[in-house]
Design a protein around this ligand. Structure first.
Ligand code: ZN
Length: 701
């Protein structure tokens, strides 16, 4: 683990505009920078970088955040991986946190295994090019397969000598422990003699890398001349705490950027398929490497794209085997296309016989939608059996019914009607029947749920009505109407609560350090109170807290910052010249930047989302209304009152809820008193907020 002070240092040193500029060409626009968004393809720039706030944001696709978030997204790294990445970029030495004995053991195991793998990776690569056997056997094999030197380097291809001991002797002499040579599966031990044996002896090596390029395991292949009598052509590192096969995809490290850019991933079967396609210029390709596709692998792909094209060798077995994987891909919400390779070819051999452009053309011309593919295969099976054929129709329509996009569905019906030889109209009717049936089933279930809730609510209302013992002249809504009104009111209240909580936090982050009451012109007793302190005092006075605990923490962080005298900013008595405005803005934005780059990720991402909204006045508006800060003395108290009002409404609701339960008379009368007091306060705040109060009821106007 990285220790806290290092995290703080990384966040302080990493300049957002520098970090982003490594990936995006930026042009200065006022105080900000703009560029083409690296996360979606666009022609006019909507990617904004704000050095003062320490964040970036795409106003097209919404991606962005502080420097760490940006690196996490663009390099597809975890939070700590991104921190290490930035530390490297800025030459910051990472101080590791003091770990418990168990943590050390765990980390040591993982890091030791990684270190051994790293060594093995280098060793196998250098053997391939500088060892006699490596050159004669391994290198000539790869050259024969048509791999260029660049390609071999890119995929770290290597060779393990056939004497069964060269590798582990080299590793042991470098101080690597036997324990980890065994745990990584690079070596095994002969049972009787307990001598070490190199697991991959005499094989060419394909390292399997994580998203961030760490070597997790190896695939090793017996050479063609030796395949006779060998049962397993490929041998992989065994499953270990480091290498969890079901979560890894071969080639993901080399492919990730291309996948994001093309918004599509090609899925193939073998290592050499991936490598050959790369060499042909098709870089957005990964392999599930021998295992059948898993949900872990699919979610890894989905981090970059929702569009997958599965490439299959043209034999029947391959196509049959594909169906399970496709079902899984669909279940996981991927858009699936298929390309069947010409008879007898796999992507590797096809890439050898055709150049890159021809390959790309082939993929484009032969991509078929999974449903079209499924229809065709099922039809071929059914042949001319009419019973089977009608089963196929139902099967296909059931699949189409699951697609939520109506236009997509409609296109599929059209295509399938041709394939199935059925009237489009007929299929459409049957499809809408299926959808209707599904929908009816869904509604039935929902209604049952609602009825239960309604029953509970009606009982509550009746009880409360009895308690109130007062009659109104207004026409009383029917019971069911009442419960709907109540439901809607509840939703509206929650929305307002959420809105004002965010609004206040936004103001606390933006103006937190500014002294809201306390300049010379203001005779208010509350001298030198900053916005953050004032908000906190107001809430505290009424015994209120934000509902979401992270919001309270967020405010606490701001309060800690403003508690230091040197961080406080006096309320500006006048901001006339651009110079004065600029210097005030520069001071005021420090807090916002701190929050955006906070080392607690939850705080930083909350700050990012609050900060990203465009709330500043434009230059013209500023001329008309003055600087934003001039309005905070009205604006912030108003927000506080609105929030208090929401809280009070909520408390009233809660009391009403309690009143509906079985209580003693004494308890009831206590609650009624409390309710009256809350309602009195509510009327007071409603007045403050500018609502009209009529007959004890208030209305938002
Ligand atoms: Zn974007």
């Amino acid at each position: 683990m990285i220790d806290q002070s290092t995290i703080d240092r990384i966040l302080a040193v990493a300049q957002i505009e520098e970090v982003v500029a490594d990936y995006v060409s930026l042009t200065k626009r006022g105080a900000n920078y703009m560029g083409l968004c690296p996360f979606h393809s666009e022609k006019t720039p909507s990617f904004v970088v704000s050095p003062s706030k320490g964040i970036c944001k795409c106003f097209g696709c919404g991606k962005g955040g502080n420097a760490v978030n940006f690196i996490m997204q663009i390099e597809q790294l975890s939070y700590f991986e991104a921190l290490r990445f930035l530390a490297k970029r800025y030459n910051i030495t990472i101080e590791e946190k003091k770990l418990s004995a168990q943590e050390i053991a765990q980390r040591n195991e993982r890091e030791s295994m990684l270190a051994v793998n790293e060594f093995a990776d280098q060793y196998f690569q250098s053997t391939l090019t500088s060892h006699e056997e490596g050159r004669a056997v391994g290198l000539s094999y790869f050259v024969e397969r048509g791999f260029s030197e660049v390609t071999m380097k890119k995929f770290h291809l290597g060779f393990c000598p056939s004497d069964k001991k060269s590798f582990h002797e080299a590793a042991l002499s470098k101080g690597f422990q036997k324990e980890y040579l065994l745990k990584t599966g690079l070596c095994y031990e002969k049972e009787q003699t307990q001598t070490l044996v190199d697991n991959f002896w005499g094989r060419v090596i394909f390292p399997i890398m994580s998203v961030s390029g760490q070597v997790l395991g190896f695939g090793a292949r017996v050479l063609d001349s030796r395949t006779k009598g060998v049962q397993m052509k490929y041998k992989n590192s065994a499953e270990s705490s480091l290498f969890v096969k079901r979560n890894e995809l071969y080639g993901i490290y080399q492919a990730k950027q291309a996948i994001g850019k093309e918004d599509r991933v090609f899925l193939v079967e073998g290592y050499t398929d991936v490598i050959s396609m790369h060499q042909a210029g098709i870089e957005n390709v990964v392999a599930s490497s021998g295992t059948s596709l898993t949900t872990g692998q699919i979610s890894l792909m989905r981090r970059y794209t929702k569009n997958v094209t599965v490439l299959y060798d043209g034999d029947a077995a391959g196509i049959k085997a594909s169906e399970r994987g496709i079902d899984l891909l669909l279940q996981e919400g991927m858009n699936v296309q298929l390309v069947v390779m010409p008879n007898g070819e796999d992507p590797d051999s096809f890439a050898k016989k055709n150049n890159g452009n021809e390959f790309i053309d082939y993929l484009r011309e032969n991509s078929v939608d999974f449903l079209v593919f499924k229809t065709k295969t099922l039809l071929a099976e059914a042949e001319s059996d009419p019973v089977k054929k009608s089963e196929v129709v139902i099967n296909i329509l059931n699949t189409i019914a699951k697609i939520s996009d109506e236009i997509k569905r409609s296109v599929y019906v059209k295509e399938c009607s041709v394939l199935l030889g059925f009237q489009e109209k007929e299929l459409r009717q049957r499809l809408s029947q299926i959808i209707e049936e599904n929908e009816r089933f869904r509604i039935q279930q929902e209604q049952a749920k609602l009825r239960q809730e309604e029953f509970r609510r009606q009982q509550n209302i009746e009880n409360v009505e009895q308690q109130k013992q007062e009659k109104t002249e207004e026409p009383t809504p029917s019971e069911s109407e009442k419960s709907t009104i109540q439901q809607q009111a509840q939703i509206q209240l929650n929305n307002r609560l959420f809105y004002y909580e965010c609004e206040l936090l936004k103001q606390a982050m933006r103006w937190g350090a500014v002294e809201i009451f306390g300049d010379k012109e203001n005779v208010d007793k509350r001298q030198n109170v900053t916005v953050a302190e004032w908000i906190y005092a107001q809430l505290n006075e009424s015994g209120l807290r934000f509902q979401n605990e992270i919001y309270n923490t967020f405010l606490a962080v701001i309060l800690e910052y403003v508690s230091k005298q040197e961080n406080k900013i006096p309320f500006p008595s006048k901001l006339e010249t651009e110079e004065e405005k600029k210097s005030f803005d520069e001071k005021q934005v420090v807090l916002e930047r701190l929050m955006n780059c906070h080392s607690d990720q939850a705080i930083a991402s909350l700050a990012n989302s609050l900060s990203a909204e465009k709330y500043s006045l434009t230059k013209e508006q500023r001329k008309q209304y003055g600087h934003d800060v001039e309005h905070i003395r009205e604006k912030i108290p108003r927000s506080v009152n609105e929030l208090k009002k929401c809280f009070l409404e909520q408390q009233c609701d809660e009391i009403m809820e309690k009143l509906s339960q079985n209580l003693s008379e004494a308890e009831k009368s206590l609650l009624m008193q409390e309710l009256q007091e809350k309602r009195r306060l509510l009327r007071f705040f409603a007045k403050c907020c500018g609502d009209k109060v009529i007959n004890g009821k208030y209305f938002n106007l």
